[in-house]
Structure formats: structure tokens, C-alpha cells
Ligand binder design. Structure first.
Ligand code: NAP
Length: 296
């Protein structure tokens, strides 16, 4: 396949190199205007890819968007006039809320959403490290996207394991709920995920979870307090030594994905007229932290 990676950061470079090693024709669309970019995955040889090539964009069978949630609009907007209506457009980022906007701009295209637990890190511009093996869930966002189940085999061949999930909406909500519980708290307290298992966080995590369950149920996601709380604590324990991406973003004073994580939850809660005071407090706290950087 002709695959274009929009946003070759850590996750984008991981998939670019894996697709290339699986025999696909891969090109990149990064922020720099150099016509070529080189990438090395772990100890594999350095490989060169075309960058910002309009013809590669026009000929793409698949565009994989791996920018952060808040970067999606500004990254895709200038590319819109060149995207063929047959091109499958796949979003792969934490948080929710970008697919609705994407569909409003590319209503004729198959739109697919992916969520991954693989870990990737770019110590330099050219070098990407596959830091943690995980799995990827993929599913259609619109009717045409729902017919793209063949992508499971294509992606599984490149970077297993990949599972086509006809109910990707539910999987995304569960991931969002885990992120709502873990990311803001670890960012505010600058702690590791495992620190949230301490007694001092237990009643707050329970309150956050109750709010999440109420909103998710109104969104027709089947879950209950015990199930979601168990899932959240399993992730806290399984990733105990890790720093969440939001903790890292705050540490480095980078804009976080809070608007597309807790912000998305709060929008859904407002729509259903549900009170979510604990999540609202976390959201406000993160926004204040982000705001404080621009005031310095
Ligand atoms: N890294 C992980 O292990 C991991 C795991 C699971 C999920 N995720 C999620 O995956 C998403 C991507 O994470 P990441 O770690 O790969 O982030 P990242 O390294 O910051 O990658 C984003 C890339 O998009 C580029 N970009 C931004 N705006 C662009 C534009 N207008 N045009 C072209 N390229 C643009 C950035 O370029 P610049 O470098 O110039 O800013 C950067 O290279 C996030 O939602 C993250 O939460 C990450």
C-alpha cells in the first residue's frame, strides 16, 4: 500500500518504519519542509523517506495521522485539497473529539480510528525506540470506514497485535476513562502511575470513577463502577513505574491533551446534564498549569 504518515513523531515514526519493513511504500508529512527525512528504528538500518510530497499525498491509500489530538486540525487543514476521496484516513492519538471534525471535512472518505498501547520514544530526530510492546485496536468511524476490516491484516503484519473492533467507540471511551483517572492526577502531582495506588488517592479515584461511569452509561457504553474501577487500578499497577504522557508534558511545559481527554468528558457530561465536579476540578487545575507557562 501507499501509506503516508502525518506527524512522524514517536508513534508515527514507529509505524512508518514498521510499515516500511513490511514492504509498503511509506512517505512522511512532517513539520519541516525538507524533501526527505531519515528514520532508524532501534538497531535497524537508517531508511530515507520522502517528506511533504504532494504526489505521495494524492496517491496515498492510507493516511495515518499521528499528531497529538490538539494538532489534528492544523495539521490536516492544509492537506485537504489534495486528499483523494478513496484514501482511508486513520486517526491514532490519545483522547477523543477529533474524528467528528475530520468527518465534517472529509465526508466522502473512509475514516478509521485506532488506539494503541505500544510505547515509542524519539531520543533524536532520526532515531525511534520501540520502548514497550502493546496492542492496537482499530475500527471504522463512518460507514465507509467500517468496511476497512482488511486493515487488521495489513497492520498486524507490520506491528502486531492489531484487532479490528466493530465497537471502537466503546474501546475509545474505556481508554478515555483510564486516561481521565490517571493522567491529570499524575500530571498535577508529578508522580508515577503506580503512586496512585496509595491510600491518599483512593477516595478521589473512586469519585472520579463514579462520574465517569454515569457519563459513559448515558453515552450508551456498558460499564459499571466495579468494572471500571478494577480496570483503572489494573492499569495503575501494570504501569506503576511509568510516567503518563500528561505528566511528561507538564514536566517539559508542553501543551497537554487535557482538552481531548477530561475536556471531552466534561462536554459529554454537559450534554447529558450530569455533574462531574471532581473531573472539572482536575481540568481547571491543568488549564491553570498550562496558563501559568504563558504568563512567565
Ligand atoms: N509515544 C507513545 O509511546 C504513545 C503511546 C500511545 C499513544 N500515544 C499518543 O499518540 C499521539 C502521538 O504521540 P507521540 O508521542 O508520537 O507525539 P510526538 O512525538 O509529539 O509526535 C507528534 C508529531 O507530530 C508532528 N506535528 C505536529 N504538528 C504537525 C503538523 N502541522 N504537520 C506535520 N507534523 C506535525 C510533531 O512535530 P514536532 O516534533 O515538530 O512538534 C511530532 O513529530 C498522542 O496522542 C499520544 O498521547 C503516544
Amino acid at each position: 500500500m501507499n501509506i503516508l504518515i502525518l506527524g512522524p513523531g514517536a508513534v508515527g515514526s514507529l509505524w512508518a518504519t514498521k510499515f516500511q519493513l513490511a514492504g509498503h511504500h511509506v512517505s512522511l508529512w512532517g513539520r519541516t519542509s525538507e524533501s526527505e527525512l531519515s528514520l532508524q528504528l532501534d538497531d535497524a538500518p537508517l531508511t530515507t523517506y520522502s517528506n511533504q510530497s504532494i504526489s505521495s499525498l494524492q496517491e496515498a491509500d492510507l493516511i495515518l495521522i499521528t499528531v497529538k489530538a490538539w494538532q489534528v486540525e492544523s495539521a490536516i487543514e492544509p492537506l485537504l485539497p489534495h486528499i483523494n476521496a478513496d484514501t482511508i484516513v486513520m486517526l491514532m492519538h490519545n483522547g477523543m473529539g477529533t474524528a467528528e471534525w475530520l468527518e465534517s471535512k472529509l465526508s466522502d472518505n473512509p475514516i478509521v480510528i485506532a488506539t494503541t498501547t505500544h510505547g515509542a520514544y524519539k531520543p533524536t530526530k532520526q532515531h525511534v525506540l520501540h520502548t514497550g510492546h502493546g496492542y492496537t485496536q482499530v475500527g471504522g468511524f463512518n460507514a465507509k470506514g467500517a468496511k476497512c476490516e482488511f486493515l487488521q491484516d495489513v497492520m498486524n503484519h507490520a506491528l502486531p497485535s492489531v484487532n479490528w473492533n466493530p465497537n471502537i467507540h466503546s474501546a475509545l471511551w474505556t481508554k478515555l476513562a483510564i486516561n481521565c483517572a490517571i493522567n491529570p492526577l499524575t500530571a498535577i502531582h508529578q508522580c508515577k502511575n503506580g503512586d496512585l495506588a496509595a491510600e491518599q488517592y483512593s477516595s478521589l479515584l473512586e469519585a472520579i470513577t463514579h462520574e465517569l461511569v454515569e457519563v459513559m452509561n448515558k453515552e450508551a457504553i456498558v460499564t459499571d463502577f466495579d468494572t471500571l474501577h478494577r480496570t483503572i487500578m489494573q492499569v495503575v499497577n501494570a504501569t506503576a513505574a511509568n510516567y503518563s504522557s500528561m505528566r511528561q508534558d507538564v514536566f517539559h511545559k508542553r501543551r497537554t491533551e487535557i482538552d481531548f481527554i477530561t475536556g471531552y468528558l466534561l462536554q459529554a457530561a454537559k450534554k447529558h446534564q450530569i455533574n462531574t465536579p471532581e473531573n472539572a476540578k482536575l481540568y481547571q487545575c491543568l488549564k491553570q498549569i498550562e496558563q501559568s507557562w504563558t504568563e512567565q
